[in-house]
Design a protein around this ligand. Structure first.
Ligand SMILES: [Fe+2]
Length: 359
């Protein structure tokens, strides 16, 4: 049995076949152009029209051209029917993957989190961020509990939760909330949480309808001793953590948020804020450490070259991962564990492990 072993990217493949495999972009561009134009011509001739009248037809000198070898590898001649059938199979396979596989295929992201003025005693401690559980009918209970078990197996020193605990605070969802809070993973040194927009309602009209349930949810967090922070800060064994109210539906108030951030002064600190748009507000003064966020779900579906077409933030730059923000503070956006609609593509659910370091 033989296997094709080659470069990861088609462009590398072209360069290798042409005997060039270095990072000279100009040369690679010429090679791609030389190979690409005849390939495109051939696609137009054979695929976008009906089958060739004479399948044995070849351009003069065709077999000596690099595109001949490329075509043999990446696109042997096929009929229009086969082309359409393969396209349909690929579309169905992508849909099955995006609905059936990726929404439950959790990616564990691990990176260092350098915190200014962190005491040496906290360097190397593990902080786990979980976000956007969206407990409800669209995210499986067993799936979420399996993630809780995994996080507990890490024996984290800190656990930070960045909002959207429930998919909606309806009566049905509230009945599910308390058992989940009992099983929520906790850090051996401390745990801190903020709420997200879905903890108050899926849309503006639900805010009044479920206002009482949202208040009950706050009580449940407090009774579960999970340190729910509403424009407040807390000292967790020398690491000071502030949490902001949700920017959309949580009664966000700039002055109150600025006071919570100001209380951190030059202390070793982290801020939790569900919505990453808060990092662009003029409330950060001289804050130089990290702001951990969720909310975007990494766009849930992203595409090469296009990125994430739907992203619920004003600053469309904020999709997932880490960002340096003008002013000195730093942002990390988790893609979250759950979802609103069960579809993810190139935006796998995420559990984030941070190794605290002296910044
Ligand atoms: Fe969310």
């Amino acid at each position: 049995m033989t296997a094709f072993i080659g470069p990861d990217r088609p462009s590398d493949c072209v360069a290798s076949l042409a005997g060039e495999c270095h990072s000279d972009g100009g040369l690679r561009g010429h090679i791609l152009l030389a190979c690409g134009v005849p390939i495109i011509k051939r696609q137009l001739k054979y695929k976008l029209r009906l089958e060739p009248k004479n399948p044995d037809f070849r351009y003069p000198g065709y077999s000596s051209h690099p595109s001949y070898f490329m075509n043999r590898i990446v696109s042997p001649p096929i009929s229009r029917r086969k082309f359409l059938r393969r396209t349909a199979v690929a579309a169905v396979a992508t849909a099955v993957y995006a609905v059936g596989v990726e929404p439950r295929w959790v990616s564990v992201e691990r990176s260092q989190l350098p915190v200014p003025n962190l005491p040496d005693s906290l360097a190397g401690k593990i902080a786990v961020q979980i976000s956007d559980l969206h407990i409800g009918s669209r995210v499986g209970d067993d799936y979420l509990k399996a993630q809780f078990d995994y996080i507990k197996s890490l024996s984290p020193d800190f656990v930070f939760f960045t909002g959207d605990f429930l998919d909606s605070p309806s009566d049905w969802h509230m009945r599910k909330a308390e058992p989940f809070l009992k099983e929520f993973p906790r850090g051996s040194i401390g745990t801190a949480c903020v709420l997200g927009n879905h903890d108050f309602g899926c849309q503006q009209s639900e805010l009044t309808q479920y206002a009482n349930n949202s208040r009950q949810l706050v009580d449940l967090f407090e009774r579960a001793d999970l340190n729910l922070l509403l424009d407040q800060s807390i000292d967790l064994g020398g690491l000071h953590v502030a949490g902001l109210r949700d920017f959309w539906f949580g009664g966000f108030d700039r002055e109150s948020a600025a006071l919570a951030i100001e209380s951190l002064a030059s202390l070793p600190s982290i801020v939790l804020s569900h919505n990453p748009d808060t990092v662009d507000l003029p409330i950060w003064d001289n804050y130089q450490s990290w702001v951990l966020c969720g909310h975007t779900h990494g766009g849930q579906c992203t595409f090469p070259l296009v990125g994430a077409p739907v992203i619920p933030v004003a600053n469309k730059r904020y999709v997932s991962g880490s960002y340096d923000i003008q002013g000195g503070h730093k942002l990390y956006i988790s893609r979250g564990i759950g979802h609103t609609h069960r579809v993810r593509f190139m935006a796998r659910p995420e559990i984030t492990i941070f190794d605290l370091a002296v910044g």
